[in-house]
Design a protein around this ligand. Structure first.
Ligand SMILES: Cc1ncc(COP(=O)(O)O)c(C=O)c1O
Length: 392
């Protein structure tokens, strides 16, 4: 088991707040801060040659470490500026079965997934309902997959409830009907051990912002090696080509590997920070983080039960990881009050979402939960009474 106390010193923010929002923005580790300083120093000291001495090798190392995180083979991972852009690349580039228009999406999935396919009139989007607002059984996907289905797109773990989906069963059902399966794993990268080959999905997207503590601007995607040669994204750039430095204008020859899914110049500073966070988490080991988070979320659920607060997260340990959502009438107000009390949480419509960082101590969690439950129990102000502003 890792020395959680020693690791905690790696995240100075945890000394200032009880941090219960790691699934939204992971705290900056000391190695990330040092990497950002190194970025400025490398740029300032070396000028143009820094591209070949440092920046391109760093990006290549990033792709390799992403492959390690996902259990993917070398050359099957690519860089994207955001998960939304990664999904755009997949929406235009995947070789979908001819003549099929239907795309199935879970009704608890992140909005950008819906928007991505709703913005394309050539697709007919169907949302798979959740019977309880917490989970969607894999059979609910399977029942709706038919000979018209081109693609199933869903998240690995629901951002609204923390439910961890059985991706293998969903992907198998899609494949049995000749459809493809794309998984958005933004909420599992860094907190659930990943093996994209065992999951059986055709493509997977994620990023470093959340559980990988790498900040924004460094998302990524994976496509199975068999599909890569058939990927032809509409909307591309010179860094997707086989030889960008040949400066060939009048023909387009895509790179043979997943670099064909990239476009133009990368946000390099984001990748200094992203790589630092990613390497730290690989060193701690995602399986250890998962166990720790399941312990912390067990305790959150227990405290909510004792206080009679309704939650929207599965009880079964193996069906969740780092997120618990609680019913709340005034989520933005409660979030702001907790912030003023030194506890960072997130609000979603009708809910407070708690996602403790894995270095939060047991004592801090108890204190944080005392405050969360205290603010949840405060009476709703009558109309006309002053409310706490979101900006406090
Ligand atoms: C599961 C999931 N997918 C996608 C996104 C959006 O990612 P991006 O802003 O990088 O497009 C989020 C953001 O929180 C998310 O939780």
């Amino acid at each position: 088991m890792p020395d959680w106390k020693a690791l905690r010193a790696e995240f100075p923010l945890l000394d200032r707040y009880i941090y219960l929002n790691a699934c939204s923005l992971g705290p900056l580790p000391r190695v990330g801060r040092a990497a950002l300083a190194r970025y400025a120093q490398d740029w300032d000291e070396k000028g143009t040659p820094v591209w070949f001495s440092d920046w391109l090798p760093l990006l290549e190392r990033f792709r390799g470490r992403v492959a390690e995180l996902l259990g993917a083979s070398a050359g099957s991972t690519a860089i994207a500026p955001s998960v939304s852009v990664a999904l755009t690349t997949l929406a235009t580039g995947l070789p979908l079965p001819e003549g099929r228009r239907k795309v199935l999406i879970g009704e608890l999935d992140f909005p950008t997934i819906g928007h991505q396919w709703l913005s394309r009139p050539q697709f007919e989007v169907e949302f798979v309902p959740s019977p309880d607002g917490i989970a969607i059984p894999p059979e609910a996907f399977a029942e709706r997959i038919d000979e018209r289905t081109a693609l199933v797109v869903t998240t690995h773990l629901f951002y609204t409830t923390g439910y961890l989906q059985d991706v293998r069963t969903i992907a198998d059902a899609a494949h049995a009907a000749g459809a493809l399966c794309v998984i958005d794993g933004y909420q599992t990268c860094g907190c659930v051990p990943l093996d994209v080959e065992a999951m059986g999905c055709d493509a997977f997207v994620g990023g470093c912002l959340k559980w990988l503590s790498g900040g924004p601007g460094n998302a990524f995607l994976y496509v199975t090696p068999e599909l890569i040669p058939r990927m032809r994204p509409q909307g591309t750039g010179w860094f997707a080509t086989r030889d960008p430095f040949s400066f060939t204008l009048q023909e387009l020859v895509f790179a043979g590997d997943a670099r064909r899914l990239e476009t133009g110049t990368w946000a390099v500073p984001s990748h200094y920070a992203g790589l630092a966070g990613l390497e730290l988490i690989l060193e701690v080991r995602v399986a250890n983080i998962q166990e720790r988070l399941r312990d912390l979320t067990d305790r959150i659920l227990e405290r909510c039960d004792q206080a009679g607060v309704r939650t929207f997260t599965p009880r079964e340990r193996q069906l969740r990881c780092g997120i618990v959502t609680l019913e709340c009438e005034r989520p933005e107000e409660v979030e702001a009050r907790l912030h003023a009390d030194g506890v960072i949480v997130d609000s979603r419509p009708g809910r407070i979402r708690l996602s403790p960082h894995w270095c939060v101590t047991e004592e801090e969690l108890e204190r944080g939960m005392d405050l969360v439950l205290h603010h949840l129990a405060l009476p709703t102000p009558r109309s006309g009474e002053q409310r706490v502003s979101h900006a406090t």
